[in-house]
Design a protein around this ligand. Sequence first.
Ligand SMILES: NC(=O)c1ccc[n+]([C@@H]2O[C@H](COP(=O)([O-])OP(=O)(O)OC[C@H]3O[C@@H](n4cnc5c(N)ncnc54)[C@H](O)[C@@H]3O)[C@@H](O)[C@H]2O)c1
Ligand SMILES: N[C@H](CO)Cc1c[nH]c[nH+]1
Ligand SMILES: [Zn+2]
Length: 435
Amino acid sequence: MKVIYTDKQAEFQFLDEMNRRAGEVNFSVSESVLGILKDVSMKGDKAVREYGEKFDGACPASFEISKDEMKKAYDAADERFRNALIHAKENITRYHEQQVQKGYELKKENGVILGQIIRGLNRVGIYVPGGTAAYPSTVLMNAIPAKIAGVEEIIMVTPPLVEKDDTGNLTCRANPDILAAACLAGVDRVFLSGGAQAVAALTYGTESFPRVDKIVGPGNIYVATAKKLLFGQVDIDMIAGPSEILILADETANPRYLAADLMSQAEHDPLSSAVLLTRSEAIAKNTLNEIELQLKGLDRKDVIRQSLENCSAIMVCSGMEEMLELADLIAPEHLELMVKDPMDYVNKIKNAGSVFCGDYSPEPLGDYLAGTNHVLPTSGTARFSSPLGVYSFVKKMSYTCYTRDALAQDKDDIITIAEKEGLGAHANSVKVRFE
Ligand SMILES: NC(=O)c1ccc[n+]([C@@H]2O[C@H](COP(=O)([O-])OP(=O)(O)OC[C@H]3O[C@@H](n4cnc5c(N)ncnc54)[C@H](O)[C@@H]3O)[C@@H](O)[C@H]2O)c1
Ligand SMILES: N[C@H](CO)Cc1c[nH]c[nH+]1
Ligand SMILES: [Zn+2]
């Protein structure tokens, strides 16, 4: 892991590398994803099946998992795991219920009524990745806010687990932990399909897959590219890139905790980023030593080593002011304040997905249990985008009701502006009411 001494040059070069690592368009991936999207739009289930066989090795006879199977997976889940999920669900629900927005109505003195209604989306698709990144916690983080928002139907897609049976034939099944979480979170229907073909199936609708209004959830580059390309025909949440953590530490911070927390996010992906900002050389040195010590006992040491070498660094800064400035430029997904009186600094942070304050709020607390959402903007997009929340699953509709007298008061101004725009039919629609 590199150590950078800030000099108004080295740190900016590093920031540039970091923010470029996930946001660039990959033209060859885009081209192959476009082909998949076109095929699914034209051939429906047949194309979804063909691409499933090609990329996953096999495809289930029927894409949909029955409600019964979901319930069975939930009942069969290990009791401690089930109880932990229930605990997480309670906390996520309580936090997200605070995000419910109400519409409003403005009644003016002249009888005019103006208002806004907030409605949950009708049907939402949740993409849940397969492979080693199959996280039941991500199912809760996506489905619970959707439920609270009043989404009528939640459809989940996830790639099948493909295994060889005794006779050497390939079989498909769903990850049982994912199914258990889906059952608990109130997902309505689950389909076994992944990749760009599943995103396309949810966008266009096929014989088996219902068409949805919005697709949320993380995925690999094929999933992310499909979401980017289809945005407009369907709404999307965001393009969540590899996980990130940025820690701001003063002399009071404990290097054991700093090392552990940096590696908690480094283990997600070889492109994950873990950055420590400190003004103390001793903290920098002791954290590097701790990383080496703790790494030996961690299962995913290979992934961690790669991400610590790739897009990670310890930066020795001139002071807290510089650390706060750099934090806003990095705009990290997760930001830990490992400083004395951390709550004094929360309001000084402008750009971050989720902030964790002090020694006893390690980032994984937010990944699983505190109740805040773990689907967060990455790659610097916290400059303009927010955590997934109840507000991600609603849309707004405005309404207007005028009386004749109220329209008479406003008619001349409407006609004046309409005529300035050269839109005579607009002006006429008001004029005819007073002839
Ligand atoms: N930010 C978060 O909250 C969060 C949570 C979980 C996972 N993730 C991320 O999600 C990603 C999961 O990736 P994954 O690959 O394990 O699962 P995935 O479900 O995203 O992708 C698997 C699918 O990719 C398709 N695919 C594979 N090779 C292909 C090819 N050559 N051409 C076209 N399609 C192809 C297949 O159809 C397969 O079903 C990881 O990057 C992980 O870090 C993020
Ligand atoms: N830290 C991830 C988002 O960057 C979310 C997650 C799920 N499970 C564990 N972690
Ligand atoms: Zn995590």
